[in-house]
Design a protein around this ligand. Structure first.
Ligand code: NAD
Ligand code: SER
Length: 340
């Protein structure tokens, strides 16, 4: 077996792009093993030790990885996002739940074999929450981790259940085994808000209207926004999301009392997005054409989250508020991206 490696599933996705870049910037010698059903871009491939175009549901692939590598940390990013999982719920469940279970088993087997904990970083979501209607949502304000947990989407239910699986693997795995293992899966989850990247475009999500509005405006394309101006969600830019994953990964386990934490940056309406985008791209054309079915999903997610626990236990603080996100990260980077 070779020395400790980092496994990233779903490495070709939006978070994967940011994470692979940041991990290699931080430590050029990091050995990243990346899996995705889609091939990684050439730049990403060059940063990885091994790239596998494959499915996390392929158990023989996971067996091969377990036999060949000793993983210190697994970033399990592969998933079917909320809108796609609502269109194909069985696929969503298979990838989001069965896929996660397979990865947790891989981590548990490795912990047993090496006698060392394997860190398992899991991006959960505000979709784990389910609020009954907009008045309740606006009244609830910043929701805490243990409130409003009646998720209404297949994706949200999958995320919540995987958090519970993480709790099980972390604290109770094979609890009646007469010969308990000395090491375990050190599961660490974050309920991310909607993420916005200047580098990649989202696909298959429900918070996509925010980033889509900006990317369309930067390309001079008309955007039909599928939620009304008043729709409000918590959002965060990708550099902060990557910071959060790295910060939580680096925190000593003794500081952590939970397996999943909220993190917040800013809470904004679709109109707030429109205003800031219109200022940067005066020709931007956005039509608010709510799709009442997708809107219902947004309405069931909280307007904001309480991240006191993450602040207290691992020092979480977003570096980018709404203004700084657009002024210093999003607008300059998308302008550069589309004027190349
Ligand atoms: P993404 O859709 O850009 O990336 C997911 C990646 O997983 C894709 O590259 C896809 O090809 C890959 N994938 C899907 N099924 C797979 C399979 N069976 N085997 C291997 N690879 C597979 O999404 P993202 O924004 O990068 O999200 C990464 C993680 O973060 C997901 O778990 C998502 O639920 C979570 N998350 C994202 C957001 C957000 O706003 N982007 C918010 C909260 C949580
Ligand atoms: N942003 C994601 C989505 O919309 C939620 O995790 O699916």
């Amino acid at each position: 077996m070779s020395s400790k490696a980092v496994l990233i599933t779903g490495a070709n996705g939006e978070i994967g792009h940011g994470l692979v870049a940041r991990l290699t910037e931080k430590n050029p010698d990091v050995r990243i093993v990346a899996i995705d059903v889609h091939p990684l871009s050439k730049t990403l491939q060059e940063k990885c030790h091994e790239v596998i175009v494959g499915d996390i549901m392929d158990s023989s692939l996971l067996d091969r990885l377990a036999a060949f590598y000793d993983f210190g940390t697994i970033y399990h990013l592969a998933a079917i996002l909320s809108t796609k999982a609502e269109r194909e719920p069985v696929l969503g469940h298979r990838v989001n739940v069965d896929g996660t279970l397979g990865l947790l088993e891989l981590a548990a087997r490795q912990a047993r074999a090496t006698g060392e904990n394997v860190k398992f970083l899991f991006p959960s979501s505000i979709a784990a929450y389910g609020l009954p209607d907009v008045p309740s949502k606006m009244k609830a304000g910043k929701v805490r981790e243990n409130e409003w947990l009646d998720a209404r989407t297949m994706y949200g239910i999958n995320k919540k259940y995987c958090e519970d699986l993480g709790r099980y693997y972390n604290w109770y795995y094979r609890q009646i085994d007469p010969q308990p293992t000395t090491a375990h899966v050190d599961f660490r989850g974050i309920r991310f808000p909607g993420l916005i990247s200047a580098i990649t475009l989202p696909t298959g999500g429900t918070s996509d209207y925010g980033p889509e509005m900006m990317h369309y405006a930067a390309q001079g394309k008309v955007y039909d926004c599928f939620v009304p101006e008043s729709a409000t969600l918590p959002f965060m830019v990708m550099p902060d999301a990557i910071n959060a994953l790295l910060q939580l990964e680096a925190t000593p386990a003794k500081h952590l009392t939970q397996v999943v934490y909220n993190i917040g940056a800013f809470s904004v309406s679709a109109k707030d997005f429109y205003d800031v985008i219109k200022k940067a791209f005066p020709n931007a054309e956005v039509n608010f054409k709510p799709d009442s079915l997708r809107q219902k999903i947004v309405d069931s997610w909280p307007a904001d989250v309480d991240d006191t626990l993450a602040q207290k236990e691992w020092g979480w603080k977003a570096e980018y508020d709404f203004k700084r996100s657009f002024d210093e990260y999003l607008i300059p980077a998308v302008k550069q991206r589309y004027t190349k």
